[in-house]
Design a binder for this molecule. Structure first.
Ligand SMILES: [Zn+2]
Length: 390
């Protein structure tokens, strides 16, 4: 099998413009081929046209082992002032620039280039690769993959390395993201006679004011039972609420009969997303009570939940990663990953990868070359120690 240079691999991967609203199939086919070339058994699970997850397995099916996981999609570049073509990898000094360079095609390149050098016919434990779609827009691919494997009665290895950009630090927790739509039903009227109607937009404004008070309450409360180290490591050690979109009304001279708010709530590790949906619903119920006699109603519709992650300290994977880590103490990530969904399948994930989240999602995203090369060595070392015969 031909050796694969990690920088060449990254250049190939960056050239697939796998923005979340576009197909991911060509990149998936390339990743699948690299795994197949290395002797892994590859399956492709299509979830909708143009969207698929790749699962590749080597070694004894019945043995626990190691899962290497990453997402294949990237965030858009529209409206960002890139100083070069974002889908053409550019080496400048010791940095490699391109969309997805760190988030997270560097890890995909690191794994793909490590595979040819690993004696995979000598595995005592199972090695599984899971490449997912649509992580950036709600971890949809990993949710579908976990559901599918559960329906088929199949398991994943109990330990996973997710190579999101952490500057080669070990992260074992992150908040989740639960989204919902709040629908305010008003009563339309001529705007000269507002008392004949019920303004859905005014109701929505009162909901937003109520959410602001709820946020203050949440920010002032520290959850019970969460490891203080993790609490310290979280950027916001409390659930964060955001209203990201508002749509409402029909015309400037009509009392609005409808208004929708799209709310995102970032639940802490160990906290079910439904708990925050219930808190938001409580705010809505209080606003609705004041409008009920005029025909106003508010309904809350949960949309998606990307679960939070909380992997216990001291897993065997942590011990394997520690010698490679820039900081021996595991921390928490400010972003969500596929690890929350993988936890539903009994997988304990650690997030550790090349590049910095500080440059991800931004124009001129890059990964330092030395971190890409280091990630390839880490993958190689961790797979050898966890999965290969001595
Ligand atoms: Zn990512």
């Amino acid at each position: 099998m031909r050796a694969l240079d990690p920088v060449d691999a990254l250049a190939t991967l960056v050239a697939f413009p796998t923005v979340s609203d576009r197909p991911v199939t060509e990149l998936a086919a390339w990743m699948a081929q690299r795994a197949e070339d290395a002797g892994l058994r590859v399956e492709r699970f299509e979830t909708s046209p143009g969207k698929c997850n790749v699962l590749a397995t080597a070694g004894p099916e019945e043995e626990d082992g190691l899962l290497l996981s990453g997402h294949m999609d990237v965030v858009p570049v529209e409206g960002q002032p890139w100083s070069r073509d974002p889908f053409r990898l550019a080496a400048v000094g010791d940095r490699l620039y391109g969309r997805g360079a760190c988030d997270m095609k560097a890890f995909l390149a690191a794994v793909s280039s490590a595979l040819p050098d690993l004696p995979l016919d000598n595995l005592r434990r199972r090695l599984v690769l899971a490449w997912t779609h649509d992580e950036e827009v709600g971890c949809h691919g990993s949710r579908a993959l976990v559901d599918r494997l559960a329906a088929e009665g199949r398991t994943l290895p109990s330990l996973a390395l997710i190579g999101e950009p952490t500057d080669l630090r070990i992260l074992r927790a992150h908040a989740g993201h639960t989204t919902m739509r709040v629908h305010c039903h008003g009563v339309a009227a001529h705007s000269s006679r507002p008392s004949l109607g019920a303004s859905a937009i005014t109701m929505a404004g009162q909901v937003l004011a109520g959410l602001e008070r709820l946020q203050a309450t949440l920010a002032a409360t520290r959850p019970d039972g969460l490891d203080p180290l993790i609490l310290d490591a979280l950027e916001n050690p409390y659930p964060v609420l955001n209203c990201g979109q508002v749509h409402g009304g029909t015309a400037v001279n009509v009392v609005a009969d409808h208004c929708d708010l799209w709310i995102g709530a970032r639940q802490l590790p160990g906290q079910p997303g439904e708990e925050l949906v219930a808190r938001v619903a409580q705010v809505c119920a209080e606003v609705q009570a004041a409008w009920a006699d005029r025909g106003g109603r508010i309904t809350v519709h949960p949309l998606h939940e990307a679960p939070a992650l909380l992997t216990p300290a001291g897993t065997p994977l942590e011990a394997l990663l520690r010698p490679h880590a820039r900081d021996p103490r595991p921390g928490a990530a400010p972003f969500a990953t596929d690890g929350g969904n993988l936890a539903r399948a009994g997988v304990q994930s650690l997030v550790f990868g090349p590049g910095s989240i500080d440059v991800a999602h931004k124009p001129d995203e890059y990964v330092p070359v030395d971190q890409l090369l280091a990630a390839r060595e880490v993958v190689s070392d961790v797979v050898r120690r966890r999965c290969l015969r001595a």
